[in-house]
Design a protein around this ligand. Structure first.
Ligand SMILES: [Ca+2]
Ligand SMILES: [Ca+2]
Ligand SMILES: [Ca+2]
Ligand SMILES: [Ca+2]
Length: 460
């Protein structure tokens, strides 16, 4: 079942950075719109830190956290953060392609080789480069990692990844930041899209997402190619906790790989000129939970059977034979079989553990594969086989999900004596150190387990 998606993204390496402090703001967490009261716990925090005074070029540091306590907690699926419209946000065409504009440092929790989801997985995407937004010149996922024009900038930066056009048809971002890392034998890409305020999107499961212009620029990330085929690999689950630190540098830095070219010195993020209070917003949704047992579909090997006693973080918990398939839907709960349907995807990774589905297709993005996203999983004429749902509505994606909006009212420092006091960014106690705190996030939509944004795709 599920796994696939998310997990993979994270493949790789990395290390996470700890966050700095976030001071000074009030974080509000409130439900919005279609918030689902019965969704599994979804504990998200977000903070943002600005490193300089009004009017200055300044780094933005976003820290996003999907927590583990209380366990169980759902992982996220969609995440969009907003940079207030008063900020200066560079147009990608005004900055050199290949300029170093930031980094993403993450610490996720993974299950490896069908084992429980309890291993730290660190991945750094460093540096993030300013990359082309010319959607008429594209590369495939695989082509991103080449360098056909030998300019020491990956082709996925020189040209626009075609899968982003598939995911966001008709949309040209204001800017794109990307990083390409070779991790444990696999190439991994992350693409951050910065979209103009008021850009309308269609999100998986959620549907239409129409932000107000006053919320500011949308920022979100896409790990690997969510539109590509899933490939069985060693990471079989992703789950909370997840901590990510994303830095938007300003001014830009030189790319040391491009000899003879100095990409430094461009404004990338500029603080508002006026002191005041600015609101950062983060929108996040969780993965769904079809059977309301507080284990989200991506992690629940029995997504249609309540098995709340199973803890997918612990070996043999609710899984007597330890094969990754919970007793609640294991046809042979006392005899281990890590891939009973012989489709190459082990139980914890398989979107349908008991139905062979090499494609792992999941058309409604609910984390349950098409092959078993129905009352009669195996088409044998009855609906009483292990794992088959007792009630089922094929018209909707399975299960409630949590929707969270988090806002952070951030006071920008007032000028001192009529002038903004220059901050000492190495000293967080400096009176002009501006920090904005809040819950939830800055930049990634996609670091998620959801099939749509997070689907894994590795080079073979
Ligand atoms: Ca279940
Ligand atoms: Ca089992
Ligand atoms: Ca299967
Ligand atoms: Ca499905």
């Amino acid at each position: 079942m599920r796994e696939a998606a998310a997990k993979s993204h994270w493949h790789g390496k990395g290390a996470l950075v700890a966050l700095a402090l976030a001071v000074g703001s009030l974080a509000l967490l409130f439900p919005h719109g279609s918030a689902k009261a019965d969704a599994p716990p979804f504990n998200v925090t977000y903070s943002i830190q600005v490193s300089a005074a009004p009017g200055q070029n300044a780094e933005l540091h976003h820290k996003y956290n999907v927590g583990a306590n209380p366990w169980p907690a759902a992982f996220h699926k969609n995440q969009i953060t907003f940079i207030p419209p008063a900020w200066g946000v560079a147009d990608g065409d005004d900055v050199d392609i290949g300029a170093v504009v930031g980094k993403l440092i993450s610490q996720a929790t993974a299950g490896w080789f069908n084992n429980p989801c309890n291993s730290a997985l660190n991945i750094d995407f460093d540096p993030l480069l300013n990359c082309s937004i010319d959607t008429s010149q594209t590369v495939t996922f695989d082509e991103q990692f080449g360098d056909t024009n030998t300019n020491n900038i990956p082709d996925g930066c020189d040209k626009y990844p075609v899968f982003l056009k598939t995911m966001f048809p008709g949309i040209t971002p204001r800017a794109r930041m990307a990083s390409f890392e070779y991790v444990s034998g696999n190439w991994v890409s992350v693409n951050f899209l910065i979209l103009e305020p008021d850009t309308n999107l269609t999100l998986p499961v959620v549907g239409a997402f129409n932000p107000e212009a006053s919320w500011g620029y949308l920022s979100m990330s896409v790990i690997n190619d969510p539109t590509g085929p899933l490939v069985a690999d060693q990471i079989t689950d992703l789950c909370p906790p997840l901590v990510t630190d994303t830095y938007d540098y300003s001014p830009t830095k030189d790319n040391p790989a491009t000899t003879g070219v100095n990409e430094s010195g461009h404004a990338w993020r500029t603080n508002p000129t006026a002191p005041g209070t600015y609101t950062f917003r983060c929108y996040a949704t969780s993965i769904q939970d079809a059977d309301n047992d507080d284990i989200d579909n991506e992690l629940d090997t029995c997504p249609h059977i309540v098995n709340a006693g199973n803890n997918p973080r612990e070996a043999y918990n609710g899984d007597t034979d330890g094969d990754g398939l919970d007793n609640a839907c294991d046809p042979t709960p006392g005899t281990a079989n890590t891939d009973p349907d012989s489709d190459g995807f082990p139980n914890r990774q398989d979107k349908c553990p008991l139905v062979s589905d090499v494609s792992q297709a999941d058309g409604d993005y609910d984390g349950i594969g098409d092959a078993c996203d129905k009352a009669d999983w195996n088409n044998d004429g009855d609906t009483t086989d292990p794992g088959e749902p007792t009630t089922f509505n094929s018209a909707v994606a399975d299960g409630p999900y949590a929707t969270t909006w988090i806002t952070s009212n951030a006071p920008m420092n007032a000028p001192v004596g009529g002038l903004a006091e220059l901050p000492d960014v190495s000293d967080s106690s400096s009176p002009s150190y501006i920090a904005l705190a809040g819950l939830a996030a800055a930049a990634l939509v996609a670091l998620s387990a959801g099939a749509w944004y997070a689907r894994r795709r590795w080079l073979s």
